[in-house]
Design a protein around this ligand. Structure first.
Ligand code: C5P
Length: 219
């Protein structure tokens, strides 16, 4: 059983994906972290994230043994890492290198302790359209630009009080635009996705709505 969750930054994908994975006892993969790991590898070596061949090398060298461990680096959630991720993610060679990593996880999901799971929840930008067009359940999670920027601002403020809302909004819109307009696997809802707008929903209500929808497919 594969659940695909796509949508723009800070729409609530991760929260909903975690809620669904917990509820159904499925393994969860945040595929944004996989792209972030490549972006971070480039930044940490002072390499230009737009250099496609070097970014491809970084993508290929990602360990396939336990993705959960690989993605635990705390710098992975930084805004700079997110921007670098969206640059490497627009390069076809990088996307190709990461496709099998994500598909293998979807079809053979495992928990952080390496035990097998009976289902997978993947969140990202192209899970329902490209990575797992065969997913059993697809969601496209969205919310207004302002609400998404406010959520991201609050999250970043916990780590850094000097963060500026206008900068967070601008960075988010830049990243969204790059994700929506790139030539390969652009961010877009799959034709058969359930659209879940979380603008007026709190966390519990958004998760409840997602579980209600998914339950119609899972007995
Ligand atoms: O979801 P998150 O903000 O962590 O993703 C970081 C970046 O990784 C996104 O802005 C997007 O460019 C890229 N990404 C992608 N395809 C995915 C997941 C993330 O292109 N499936």
């Amino acid at each position: 059983m594969i659940i695909a969750i796509d949508g723009p930054a800070a729409a609530g994908k991760g929260t909903i994906a975690t809620g669904l994975a917990d509820h159904f006892n499925f393994a969860f993969l945040d595929t944004g972290r996989v792209y972030r790991a490549v972006g971070l590898a480039m930044l940490e070596k002072n390499l230009d994230p737009a250099d496609e061949d070097l970014a491809e090398k970084a993508a290929v060298s990602l360990s396939h043994t336990n993705l959960h461990t690989l993605l635990a680096n705390p710098k992975i959630r930084d805004e700079a890492t997110g921007l670098a991720a969206s640059i490497v993610a627009a390069r076809p060679k990088v996307r190709k290198a990461l496709l099998d990593v994500q598909r293998n996880f979807a079809h053979n999901p495992y928990f952080p302790d390496n035990t097998k799971a009976k289902g997978a929840v993947l969140d990202g930008r192209d899970i329902g359209t490209t990575v797992c067009p065969d997913a059993d359940i697809k969601f496209f999670v969205t919310a207004s630009d302002e609400i998404r920027a406010k959520r991201r601002f609050k999250e970043l403020q916990l780590k850094d009080k000097s963060v500026i809302y206008e900068h967070v909004l601008a960075d988010m819109l830049t990243r969204d635009k790059r994700d929506r307009t790139r030539n390969i696997a652009p961010l877009a809802p799959a034709k058969d996705a359930f659209i879940l707008d979380t603008s007026d929903l709190d966390i519990d209500a958004a998760i409840a709505k997602a579980i209600e929808h998914a339950s119609t497919f899972i007995s």
